[in-house]
Write a new protein. Structure first.
Lengths: 481, 483
């Protein structure tokens, strides 16, 4: 098993390198190569589920890597969503061209994300973070139009500041502890019993918070996201919103603050406050958008807020809810972005006011859109319900009634603005402009159907999902507490 | 067949069977979806029959499947559950049959039938569940089904009303869930059977009642119902009035009459809200000229009445409320379907533009009269006995002022029901000439009117069931005292 873990890094790298030759042989060969790689990675990550409770390490390129419960959860999320996005791209990318380049960049992004999750020291984490980020900058600008390039540039500039801060934090840590390996750091930090006391560690914590917070698009570090996510090609928006902000941002924050640092209470408070601000601001701004992808992007900020609140509350229930919400949000937000992509693919617009009645023309997109809407609003039996329930219960158990009430209220609000999308885009009178549009092509529809099925099934079989992957991850974080 | 298998089949046949309907639609067998729906819902109804006798003999079954820590699918078969399951599925069967004639002109038949079946499945699940989380889960699936039913015809106006109904009921239900979580915090369980006899806090109660009242369209959370009653097809309005709004009532009966205890002050509060709801909406019904809106307001009013019976927490009140759930289901169902036939024939919902229809639509007129008499509470109709029990239950509980005002509301109900009959069916004809409805529709209306009469004649049967349910209620509370 330990041998096959290397494939998480090797497989996408090899496939990315082979991509130019494969595309010379024929575009179908490139399609098959990328699809097989994606499927292989997804299956591989699922194969590790029985080992969720254990940690196993391996060496590659001279560095130390490991898979534990927490990274496994994220690995499943990354590789599953990546496979669906790849499947979707096969037909979608027709309208951009340059499929070999696109696939290669996407594979590099997956490589970077897997690397972040497998890394066992802060520096490797940083390196893979850059791998994922650089490929995503290029992918955001992939349409080579003004808005794409502009927002990619914005994303790049802000991200560089963020990663710079992170690097500074890493050096501070290295200077004071003499190590940057996770396990070693954990031992050092708990032996000197800091967390709260030492200003140097708090400064480092602040730098990490800003750096990774920017990656996670937490308000007030969110400015790049509403530009970058809409202008990227749809599968990339889905990857960015569904996976990248969670792995590069949320996962790193969890790994550092809940695993290495012994969850200092100041940090948890910051999580809580920023989480609440993100949840509220994201939802309210989303309501006023007329660009469907921008709306979804703001709603991602709002949902990341829920995750942060769960982490900030910090009791087992809330953490489990937060981790489950990571999984769920990845599924339904990618689904919704793919839906919007399918609409844009057929109509060429993202303005919801120009749409209407599309459901009668795009059956699959309409039906899966309803799944996404209900999941994100937390309507049972869809998966979003269970994770929100866990977070709310965590808040109530912790005695934070106001926060619990806010979360409940904003889930009603979320339903409100997603119903608005449904009303303007899918239902209502058909805009005659779109009288003869058709359903999205086959692989795009398939990807949406798979994601919608995941949303429903992981809601119905929530106990299996929670017990097999969420609990081991939460146990790791709550270890000893 | 054991009781467990039987109850599971009642839930799973419509719930899982509904998934077949879109498959049939894709397979190009659109014509088959309607009959399949009738079969699925009818099967659910027929399967409740074998449950009737065991529960009449006072049997009670409870079992649960643990899913995750405190979340478990707990099912209870008792008189209350079987009573609701039987009533709801019987009305739903008639609705499905009526739909065969009503819905065939539209393209999306499979979607419609899918949602109706799913709705009934959720209803059956709700009725038998005694875990608060699953109660909420099925509650929301029903809301979901409603959302799509109200917005079934894609007019912008209807869609807005569908969204409104969904948001109000979802909002209420989420608050209710929050209340459940507070209860969980207090007692550490979501099982209603384990919560029995425990008094819950005021905040939790208010939150839970927000859910109950929003679902059961009680003033001030009622506005979605008249909208939902007018907007879409007759069947939707019927489904709402006869089954959906009963979910809140059932939830109240399950949670508070058979489970958690509320303080006397909170009880008075609920009685006052219920009375206000009954009275205000009766006044609204009096003024309304749109026939379906009038009926919807009347539903709000009757729901208030039923709440009065339940919240009295007395023997007669409880029996009256349960009887009224059944009597109102049949009678209001009949009225809405009559309204549907009239609307089909006259192409208007405005009562002032109708008149003299008794000559053109004799069967519809007679059915309307029978159902209206039952709702108005004229003896010997079932509606009379229900109201009588409710009022005597109120007196029994010492709420004399509220009982008096309830009688006043009953008089108002009589007045607007008779007025509507007069305006629509008697007098001079004010529109073009119209024929009687399609045979299948008229038959269903006649069946519902017949059921209304039948429940009046054979009142002992539902009465017996309801008093068994009440006996169980008392028994459950008594065992607690003994413990």
């Amino acid at each position: 098993m330990q041998q096959s873990m290397r494939l998480f890094l090797i497989l996408p790298l090899v496939a990315a390198i082979l991509m130019p030759w494969a595309s010379k042989l024929g575009r179908r060969i490139a399609d098959v190569l990328v699809a097989v790689t994606g499927l292989g990675l997804m299956v591989l990550s699922l194969c590790f589920i029985p080992y969720a409770g254990t940690t196993s390490t391996f060496q590659l390129f001279g560095a130390q890597f490991a898979v534990d419960g927490l990274s496994l959860l994220f690995l499943i999320v990354v590789n599953a969503v990546a496979f669906f996005c790849i499947l979707y791209s096969i037909d979608y990318i027709d309208h951009y061209g340059g499929r070999a380049k696109f696939y290669a960049l996407m594979l590099l992004m997956i490589l970077g994300l897997n690397g972040i999750l497998l890394a066992q020291d802060l520096f490797s984490l940083y390196v893979y973070l850059e791998v994922a980020s650089i490929s995503s900058y290029v992918l955001v600008a992939y349409n080579l139009k003004f808005d794409g390039i502009e927002s990619a540039l914005k994303y790049l500039l802000l991200s560089v500041v963020g990663t710079g801060l992170t690097l500074m934090g890493i050096s501070l840590i290295y200077l004071n502890c003499g190590t940057i390996g996770f396990e070693a750091l954990k031992a050092v930090l708990s032996s000197i019993g800091i967390g709260a006391a030492s200003p140097v560690f708090l400064l480092a914590a602040g730098l990490f918070m800003a750096g990774f917070g920017l990656k996670a698009a937490i308000v007030p570090f969110h400015a790049w996201l509403p530009d970058a996510h809409p202008s990227a090609p749809a599968p990339i928006s889905a990857m960015l919103s569904g996976v990248v902000i969670k792995v590069a941002g949320v996962y790193s924050l969890i790994r550092i603050f809940l695993y290495i640092y012994p969850a200092p209470s100041q940090i948890l408070k910051i999580f809580l406050v920023l989480g609440i601000i993100s949840m509220i601001a994201g939802a309210i701004i989303a309501y006023f958008q007329s660009d469907i992808k921008r709306m979804l992007a703001y709603s991602s900020i709002s949902q990341i807020g829920y995750i942060l609140i769960g982490l900030g509350i910090g009791n087992p229930l809330a953490i489990m809810g937060a981790l489950f919400h990571v999984f769920n949000h990845a599924m339904f937000k990618s689904l919704l972005f793919l839906n919007s992509g399918a609409i844009q693919y057929r109509t060429g617009t993202r303005n919801i006011n120009e749409m209407g009645g599309l459901e009668s023309r795009m059956r699959v997109t309409g039906a899966t859109g309803i799944f996404g809407t209900l999941s994100i609003a937390g309507v049972p039996p869809f998966n979003g319900f269970w994770s929100k329930l866990f977070i709310v219960m965590g808040a109530v158990v912790a005695g934070k009634y106001v926060i619990a009430f806010l979360m409940v209220f904003f889930s009603i609000f979320t339903l409100g603005y997603f119903l608005l999308i449904q009303r303007r885009v899918f239902f209502g009178k058909l805009n005659m402009k779109w009288a003869d549009i058709k359903e999205a092509p086959l692989t795009m529809s398939l990807a949406m159907i798979f994601l919608a099925a995941t949303c429903l099934l992981s809601g119905i079989f929530f106990s299996q999902v929670v017990q097999s992957v969420i609990e081991p991850a939460a146990n790791l974080l709550m270890g000893g507490k | 067949m054991g009781i467990q298998t039987n109850a599971l089949l009642v839930i799973s046949i419509p719930l899982l069977g509904s998934l077949l309907i879109p498959l049939l639609g894709w397979a190009g067998l659109k014509k088959a979806t309607g009959p399949l729906t009738v079969i699925l819902i009818g099967a659910a109804n027929i399967l409740t029959w074998p449950l009737l006798l065991p529960v009449l003999h006072g049997g009670m079954w409870h079992w649960s499947y643990g899913l995750y820590r405190w979340i478990s699918l707990s099912l209870t078969v008792d008189a209350l559950a079987v009573f609701m399951a039987f009533t709801a599925s019987l009305i739903a069967t008639l609705i499905a049959i009526y739909s065969l004639g009503y819905i065939e002109h539209t393209d999306d038949e499979p979607e419609y039938y899918f949602i109706v079946t799913l709705f009934l499945g959720a209803m059956m699940g709700l009725v038998f569940s005694t875990n608060l989380i699953f109660l909420y889960l099925f509650w929301e699936i029903a809301a979901l089904a409603c959302w799509r039913l109200i917005g079934y015809y894609r007019e912008p106006d209807y869609i807005w009303k569908a969204d409104k109904a969904f948001l109000v009921t979802f909002g209420g239900a989420v608050l209710m869930l929050f209340g459940f979580v507070l209860v969980f915090l207090q007692y550490g369980t979501f099982e209603i059977t384990e919560l029995r006899g425990h008094e819950i806090g005021t905040v939790a109660l208010v939150l839970i009642m927000a859910g109950v009242f929003s679902k059961s369209a009680t003033v001030p959370l009622h506005t979605w119902l008249p909208d939902a009653g007018v907007a879409p097809s007759t069947i939707t309005s019927l489904l709402h009035a006869a089954i959906l709004v009963k979910i809140g009532l059932y939830g109240f009966a399950r949670m508070f009459c058979n489970g958690m205890v509320i303080s006397p002050r909170a009880q008075t509060g609920i009685l006052i809200i219920a009375l206000a709801s009954a009275f205000i909406s009766a006044c609204a019904a009096l003024k309304e000229t749109n026939i379906k809106r009038m009926l919807a307001y009347s539903t709000v009013s009757q729901i208030g009445y039923t709440f009065l019976g339940l919240a009295a927490f007395t023997h007669n009140g409880y029996i009256g409320a349960l009887l009224y759930i059944m009597a109102h289901g049949f009678a209001k169902g009949g009225l809405f379907l009559c309204a549907g036939i009239i609307e089909h024939g006259t192409h208007t919902k405005d009562m002032t533009k109708m008149g003299g229809l008794i000559k053109k639509m004799p069967i519809t007129a007679i059915a309307y009269a029978i159902c209206a008499l039952s709702i108005a509470g004229i003896p010997p109709m079932a509606g009379f006995f229900s109201k009588w029990f409710v009022i005597s239950g109120l007196v029994e509980g010492g709420h004399k002022v509220i009982a008096t005002l309830a009688i006043l509301t009953a008089v108002l109900t009589l007045f607007y029901m008779m007025k509507s009959f007069h305006v629509v069916f008697l007098g001079e004809s004010r529109g073009e000439s119209h024929a009687e409805g399609v045979p299948v529709m008229v038959t269903v209306v006649a069946i519902l009117a017949g059921l209304t009469i039948l429940t009046s004649i054979l009142l002992q049967l539902p009465y017996h069931l309801a008093s068994v349910a009440d006996g169980e209620r008392l028994l459950k509370l008594a065992t607690l005292v003994w413990r």
